[in-house]
Structures are given as C-alpha cells and as structure tokens.
Ligand binder design. Structure first.
Ligand SMILES: *[C@@H]1O[C@H](CO)[C@@H](O)[C@H](O)[C@H]1NC(C)=O
Ligand SMILES: *[C@@H]1O[C@H](CO)[C@@H](O)[C@H](O)[C@H]1NC(C)=O
Length: 497
C-alpha cells in the first residue's frame, strides 16, 4: 500500500503537490493518466445534459482525492482530500520544519493509533490556531463544521444541537474529532490568476467571419489575428511557439479512416456536398491521440518542419485546444452580411504566390466530457463576434459562445445568413445536420471511467454514463463554420475557415 501512497506537499490556497489550482482539466488528466500505478482508477463525473456549464469532477478513489473543475474554463478550482488513510500530506511552513498531516501508516507503529488527523493535531501542530469556523446545517440534526485557514479548510461532522455560535472552536470540537475531508481552494480572485498558469496561453478565440479570427492571451488585452489565406506558419510559430505535433493530411491512416467515416455517414451526398463533406470531417483527421506515440515521433521533426513545410498539414496545439491547417492558399469564406457595421483589420500585406504555405483553417476543440475525443486537447473557448450586437462592451456577455447550446446558436446563425440563400428551402438544404459516427478504435479518454448524470456534486455521485463515451455527433455547416454537436446540444468542435 505504501508504495502507491500519494505523497504531496500542501500549499494552502495554491496546490497539493503537482495538483495546482487553475491548471486545466486536460493537463491534470494527462499527467494522472501517465502514472497508472500511482493513480490506478480515474473517474469523471459531469452532468450529461450540461457538460460544459456545470462543474466536472475527477475522482481518484484509490488516492482518496477529488478534484473539482469549473465547466466553461475547465480549470481546477477545488482539491479535496476525502480519505486521509490513502495519502501522505505534509506542510512546510517558512523557516520551520516539515510537518505531517498524518503519519504514513507504515511509519507510525507507536504514538497515534489512528491513521487520521485529529482536531488537536491540526489546531496545535499542523497549521496552528485559527478563527471560528462556519456551521452548515444539513438534513435533520446533521451538520458540518468548517474549520478554515486561508486557502485550506477542514470539514468536521457536527450535530446542529451541538453547535452554538457563542462557543469558540476549541469548545465546540473535541480534541480527538476527525475531519471527514480537507479542501484546498484559492482565496484570490480571479481564482486561476496564479503564477503557475502559463501567461501566454490563449484564453478566447473571437470568430469574425470572412476568414478572420482573433486569439486573445490570458490576463491581457493582447491579441493575435489569423487571416486565412494570408497568415504564414512562421507568423503562427512566432506567436504561439512550435506546435505540439504536426499531422500530415495525406497520411495513409487518415485515408483509411476517411473511407470509414464516409461509409458511416447517413444520407447520400451529391457531388457538391462531397467537397463540403471533406471540409466537415477535418476534425477527424486533424490529430491523433498523443498517447498513440504520434507526438513523440514528430517532436524532433518539428523545428525542421516549421522551416520547410511541404504539403498540407495540421499544426496540433493540444495544450492550447486547437489545430491549424497549413496549406496552399484557399479562398477565405465570405464575410457575414452584418459585418459591414463592424470593420475588422485587413492583413498587413497580401502575397500573390499561389504556392506559398498559409493558415487556411482552424479547428477549436471543446473537450466535452463524455464525447469521443475527450482529453485529446484542452478546451478552447470561443465566441462568434459578428453575432454580437455591436461594439458596446455591455452586451459582451450576450455574444454566442462555446457554452451556448447549439439550438440557440443555430437560430442566430440562420437569422444572420438568411439573405445569402435564394429560398428557405435552399437554406434548409444547406444547413441540415449530417450524422457522423466516430466510434472506431480507442478514444483518448478510454482509461477514464465516465460517470455522467449526477445532479449534486458529492451526493452519491450519480450513475454510470451509458456507453463509455458518445461516439455519434451531428455536423452543421454555415459559411466559414462547421459545428460538431453532441446530443446534449453541446458543441464538441468548431472548424473555422
Ligand atoms: C478510507 O480508506 C480505507 C482503506 O481503503 C477504508 O477502509 C475506509 O473505509 C475509507 N474511509 C472512508 C471514510 O471512506
Ligand atoms: C483591457 O481593456 C479594458 C477596457 O478597454 C481595461 O479596463 C482593462 O484594464 C484592460 N486590461 C489589461 C490587462 O490591460
């Protein structure tokens, strides 16, 4: 048992070992999955009807840990230790010796017979005295007393009849009281604005239509524009760093895969739709799971590739949440009808060389829990800027975005684009959904047990998600956009061109 014991230093308000508040779900799961002996069981809890708005919880039952992430950003917000016998937690105050929350079971033959922390130990030795805690009433006479320190709290069971706001904490809790859990949280706002969060990461992608997107850096107003058909791979690498992998579009495996996905597609596309179909299924081809060993094969080649790109390929940015297609120039999509009111910058210069390599497409990944490609990429948030009301900052939160349920998004897109179609019939024909089944092979999240359908985090933790993941998605196309939509209405990916 002690060999697999999770041992970690407590940093109140910041971290528990390598689990750092503000880290992305993708990053945390990728690290945890890389150590199956230390973390033998991974459970993922999410609400299957609201997978990107409600919190997502990672349960590590063999380690006595539970990690809570928010839905829209998928950032670690709360670390809970729910079984103290399955881990070894220590604290190192500045200018003092390291202290154990509980002695590891193997090395405590004498003193404390209980392998669990007591109130006395926490209050007198581990963290020291603190101010009065908070009482939370539960059903009947049950309740919880939360002993708080900045950035860390201990939850003790306490009957409502035993609690009195007049009594201080020492009078309320017996010295041998054992907490049922410990929580580590950030007491800074905003929560994730920590040193450990990479400041250069892209936090939002604004889609302007007409082949223009704007990538915003976290914590700043700085942005970087990509003009499809103009922005070069060198400019991309200068702004975003080298990609995590480069995926050749004309790879043999991809070709086989393409045939399979085409044969699984419902309906009989005509010639024109076939071209569209090729655009639509790019999310499939854009990347393989890094755990397929693909990433490591490519890594060394990246520098060379960047300098000497030949043929169509995807730049995979798994840790930023998107892929960029680099190819010879294609015509960018037409500007949205309403965009004449909202001018956007033009590319600094236009090249006329038809053989040059440029960015022609961007695939933004939603990393939706329960979806087939879950945990291949970090979640990337986006908004469709041209569907906003104007430049007024106050309306910013109404701009349709990555959390908007697709039916709502669809309504606004139909309204925006209706003038380009000759008739309603034509609009319906062009905009109809197309079913895609990607249930082949192992999904990137295959070693994670998916447990959708809970209502309240912590309470019973819900039932198993039907099937390990959702392999059927529906594709919807608009000028310059293809959405990949799950049954819940959550958008799992959007391709912009
Ligand atoms: C904690 O883990 C131990 C060892 O697996 C188990 O016996 C105990 O019941 C667990 N405690 C709780 C509160 O789940
Ligand atoms: C970003 O811009 C807004 C309004 O234009 C301003 O209030 C804010 O301070 C800026 N933030 C940073 C980090 O520069």
């Amino acid at each position: 048992m002690s060999s697999s014991l999770f041992s970690a230093q407590l940093h109140p308000g910041r971290a528990l070992g390598f689990l750092v508040l503000g880290a992305s779900l993708h990053d945390v799961l990728t690290r945890i999955k890389a150590e199956p002996q230390r973390f033998p069981k991974i459970e993922l809890y999410f609400q299957s009807t609201a997978p990107v708005t409600k919190e997502v919880i990672v349960g590590l039952p063999a380690n006595g840990l539970r990690l809570q992430f928010d839905g829209p950003e998928q950032r670690l917000r709360l670390i809970e230790v729910i079984n103290f016998t399955k881990n070894h937690i220590f604290f190192k105050p500045a200018n003092d010796k390291e202290r154990d929350l509980v002695r590891p079971p193997s090395s405590s033959p004498t003193t404390d017979s209980t392998p669990e922390p007591t109130f006395r130990h926490i209050y007198q030795r581990f963290l020291g005295p603190t101010y009065g805690g908070e009482f939370v009433k539960q059903a009947g006479d049950a309740g919880l007393y939360i002993l708080s320190y900045p950035g860390v709290g201990f939850v003790f069971p306490m009957k409502a009849s035993e609690y009195s706001p007049q009594k201080d904490v020492v009078a309320l809790l017996s010295s041998s009281a054992v907490p049922k859990s410990m929580a580590i949280f950030s007491d800074l706002r905003p929560l994730s604005k920590g040193k450990d969060v990479c400041p250069d990461e892209v936090s939002l992608v604004k889609i302007h239509g007409g082949g223009k997107v704007q990538l915003f850096r976290k914590w700043t107003n700085n942005s970087f524009w990509i003009h499809f058909g103009e922005t070069t791979p060198q400019q991309i690498v200068a702004e975003l760093g080298p990609p995590d992998a480069i995926y050749r579009k004309n790879d043999q495996r991809m070709y086989i895969h393409k045939l399979r996905s085409a044969s699984n597609t419902a309906g009989r596309p005509n010639g024109k739709d076939l071209k569209q179909h090729d655009d639509m299924t790019d999310t499939d081809q854009s990347s393989l799971n890094p755990s397929d060993g693909y990433e490591s094969n490519e890594e060394e080649a990246v520098e060379d590739e960047v300098a000497n790109v030949a043929g169509e390929c995807f730049y995979n940015y798994f840790y930023l949440g998107f892929d960029i297609l680099v190819s010879t120039p294609t015509e960018p999509s037409e500007p949205p009808p309403s965009s004449s009111n909202k001018p956007t910058p033009e590319p600094p210069f236009r090249s006329t060389n038809p053989h040059r390599q440029v960015a022609t497409k961007l695939i933004l990944h939603g990393n939706v829990p329960g979806s087939y490609p879950f945990n291949r990429h970090r979640r990337c948030r986006w908004e469709i800027a041209y569907l906003g009301k104007g430049d007024d900052e106050d309306t910013e939160d109404q701009v349709p975005n990555s959390e908007t349920p697709f039916p709502e998004l669809e309504e606004k897109l139909k309204e925006e684009w209706k003038s380009i179609y000759a008739s309603e019939g034509e609009a319906q024909q062009k905009q109809r959904g197309m079913v895609l089944n990607r249930g082949w092979g192992d999904s990137p999240g295959s070693s994670i047990e998916m447990l959708g359908g809970w209502e309240e985090p912590g309470a019973g933790m819900g039932k198993k998600f039907e099937g390990s993941e959702e392999s059927t998605t529906t594709l919807y196309g608009y000028p310059g956009l293809v959405f990949e939509v799950l049954r819940s209405g959550a958008v799992s990916a959007v391709t912009v061109f």
